[in-house]
Structures are given as C-alpha cells and as structure tokens.
Design a binder for this molecule. Structure first.
Ligand SMILES: [Fe+2]
Ligand SMILES: [Fe+2]
Length: 429
C-alpha cells in the first residue's frame, strides 16, 4: 500500500481535520448508493442509447461502477456497517431519478457523462482528502480510484463522436443545464436538498420497448442468416460470429432487468452487471472476428426481435428464459462450433468460442442461483420448473413464427406449433 505523502514524524503530521469514523461511514454509504445507481441506470439506458460504440463503452463503465460499489460495500462491512446496503437516502434516489429520466439517449449521455460524472469525480476527490490517511487508507484509496474512474469516463464523452452515425454528436445543452441545477441544489454529503430547492420526485424511467441502433444500420426482425442453408466452413463461421455480434440484444435485456429490479439485493445486481458486460464483450468478440474476416459490421442487419419479445416479460420470466432456457440449451451448438474450428485449424475462432463457453456456464449458474430467489422476493408461487416450462413455451412459439417469417401466432400451422424446440433455428440471442 502506498504511504506516499504520509510522514512517520509526528511533528510533520498535518492538522487533524479528518472526519470521524461515523462520518466516513456516511460518505461511503452515500458513494455506494450512487455507484449502484449508476450501474442500474447504465443498464436501463443501454437499449435506449442509439450509438453502437457508445453501448460498448457503457459496458466498460458499468463494470467499473459495479467494482467500485463492491469495494465500497466490502469496506463498509469491515467497518461493521452491515446494514449499509439498505440505507438508501431519499434525496440521492431523487437525484438518480432525475438523471435517468432523460428525454432520449443523447440527453442521457450529455447529462450523465457531461455533468454528473465530473461533478461526482470532484466530490469523491474532496471526500478522499477528508479521510485519515493513517487510520483509513482503504477508504481513501477506494474514493480516490472512484474519482479517477469518473474523470476517465467524463473524458471519454468529451472526445466522443459516434462511429456509425453521421455528423457529430449534438449535446443536449438544455438537459445538461437541468442536471447541473440539480447538482447545485443537493447537498450530497448531508443527503438533503438545499433549503427550498427540493425538486418534485421524478417517476422512474421506462426502458426502451425496442433497442435503438445507429442510422447507418439496417434493422431486421428475422435472423435471415439462421434461415439459410450453410454449406461451407466459411459460411458457418460467418453465421456464428454474426450471431455473436448480435448479442447486444442479450446485454440490453439484462440491462433492463438491472433497472427493473430495485427490490433485489446488491449481490444479484453485481452478478447481473457481470452477466450484462460479458454479453457486451461477446458482442465485441463477434464484431472483432467479422472485421478480422474482412467483413464490415454495417453490411449486416441489426436484429431487434429477441429484445422486443423479452421486453414484454416481467424480469423474473425474462431472466429465467435467458439463463435456464436459452443459455442452458446453447452448449451442444457451441461445442459443435468449437470442434469445427479446432478441426479446421482456426485457432482464433476456437479461442473465442472456448472462452465464450466458460462464460455461458457461469451465466447458467447465475440463473440457478437467482431465479428461485427472484420468485421468493416477488412472492411468486410458481416453481422454477413451472417457470422454465412457461418460458420454453413462449420461446418455442416465437421461434416457430420467426422460422415462418410471421408475427402472428395464429398464423402458425398446427404442425409447426408442435415442432420440438431442438428442431428450431438457433436464433438464441
Ligand atoms: Fe453470450
Ligand atoms: Fe451468456
């Protein structure tokens, strides 16, 4: 641990202006609420931001905030503040509600990265200086790292121009001014609005019903790649990595769950944050491999239908469908893909697939851990196996309709409705 700036000579010690233990606990508790709020807000806005490259960056940021929150909570537990997770301050909740209730993606990015991130970075930096470096270098280090990360994210946005949308990003100045005014009006260390400044509580925002994409992309409701007969190794490989590039839909569904489950414990939000950023990483893997294979992402349609289907489900059904149905049934195809790449001597594709399979094993475990708890928390009387069956039925209907290219279930023939799930196309993201 760095002891730079701390003299061992008592006479050289600075004035003892440091906060007492109870005050440090209050700051850390406040920072935890903010960091957890940022994780859930970034997840909830992932589908509503239209810029592909910004979504990839938001994944990195979301994970950085999740790790900061985890460090804060661990430190609070070390300081015997075991109930810190549940000590949420109403004023901070209102501030987070204001930040999240942006009119559209551009405004959200401008308010969050252009105003909130630099303000919070300054705040954490000032809190760092208030913590006793001899007795609590741990809290200082967490706040200092949190401040640096917030500044890094603000700097990213300052230089940000979308790659796949024409022109420069027009910042929503009016929205940013409103967010700045909210920060001026709140006393975050005290957790109160300044006298006479309390804003009306904002309703929590609703996640986008359909995911947004940059203007340059074509969008599609049916995965044509999965409907084709893929004859050659090259065609099969292209289909696998195109499907990976479309895992953004999966990340967006998980991000929406992050936002829509305020009742769940932090341990769930932490696992879900990891799950979400893993799927963004798989998206990046798909895009990277397509590029390595000489393809341009812009030449492929962006799929939207699977997110939209899942957006109609409640969070526990959505999470169960994603983990215990879709991911749990994906291994046969994934292992066949890995075998094909290995036999063909395609080491890069094999490496990508082998890491992906291990990630997916962890995701299924998340489902086994959390679906029963979600049911209990929501006082949902269904058993896990009933819920799995229910989700399989919904998915089978949707996949049959996709296979036929129809959107109305009533148009599917009886024969097709009875097809077993395993014969349906692998449109699993
Ligand atoms: Fe994945
Ligand atoms: Fe996964």
């Amino acid at each position: 641990m760095s002891t730079r700036g701390i003299s061992s000579r008592a006479s050289a010690l600075p004035d003892d202006h440091y906060r007492k233990l109870g005050d440090v606990v209050a700051l850390l508790t406040r920072a935890f609420q903010l960091e957890r709020g940022l994780v859930r807000m970034l997840g909830g806005w992932l589908p509503g931001v239209p810029y592909w490259d910004a979504k990839l960056a938001m994944g990195d940021h979301l994970w950085a905030h999740a790790q900061c929150a985890a460090r804060l909570l661990r430190r609070l537990h070390e300081l015997k503040e075991t109930a810190a997770e549940r000590q949420e301050c109403r004023a901070v909740d209102t501030l987070l509600g204001i930040l999240g209730s942006a009119p559209e993606g551009k405004g959200f990015l401008t308010g969050l990265y252009g105003v909130a991130m630099p303000r919070l970075s300054e705040l954490y930096s000032s809190w760092t200086k208030d913590v006793d470096p001899v007795m609590d270098p741990f809290s200082r280090s967490i706040l200092n790292d949190g401040s640096a990360e917030l500044a890094r994210q603000a700097a990213w946005f300052e230089g940000y121009q979308p790659i796949y949308s024409p022109g420069s990003l027009v910042r929503n100045r009016e929205w940013a001014a409103g967010i700045a005014a909210a920060f001026d009006a709140i006393d975050l260390p005290a957790g109160v609005w300044r006298s006479g400044a309390e804003p009306a509580a904002n309703d929590t925002f609703a996640c986008a019903a359909a995911p947004m994409r940059d203007e340059c992309f074509q969008t599609a409701q049916v995965n044509e790649m999965n409907r084709r007969t893929l004859a050659t190794f090259e065609e099969k490989r292209l289909a696998i990595f195109y499907n990976h590039s479309q895992e953004m839909q999966f990340a967006e569904s998980l991000g929406a769950i992050l936002h829509e489950t305020p009742e769940m414990p932090w341990a769930f939000h932490y696992d879900l944050a990891r799950h979400c950023v893993d799927e963004i990483r798989h998206t990046r893997m798909g895009c990277t491999r397509l590029e390595q294979l000489g393809q341009k992402l812009e030449d492929f349609p962006m799929l939207l239908q699977n997110y939209s289907l899942r957006a109609k489900l409640d969070p526990v059904e959505r999470f169960c469908m994603m983990t215990l149905v879709i991911e749990a049934s994906s291994f046969e195809k994934k292992r066949a893909g890995l075998k094909m790449f290995t036999e063909q001597g395609d080491e890069t594709s094999a490496r990508y697939e082998s890491f992906d399979i291990r990630d997916e094993m962890q995701h299924v475990n998340f489902g086994h851990t959390w679906v029963p708890i979600m049911l209990r928390v929501n006082q949902d009387p269904r058993s896990v196996s009933d819920l799995i069956q229910h989700c399989q039925d919904i998915l089978a209907d949707a996949l049959k309709n996709e296979r036929r290219g129809v959107t109305d279930t009533r148009l599917a023939s009886k024969e097709e409705q009875d097809l077993p799930l395993s014969t349906l196309p692998a449109s699993q993201y």
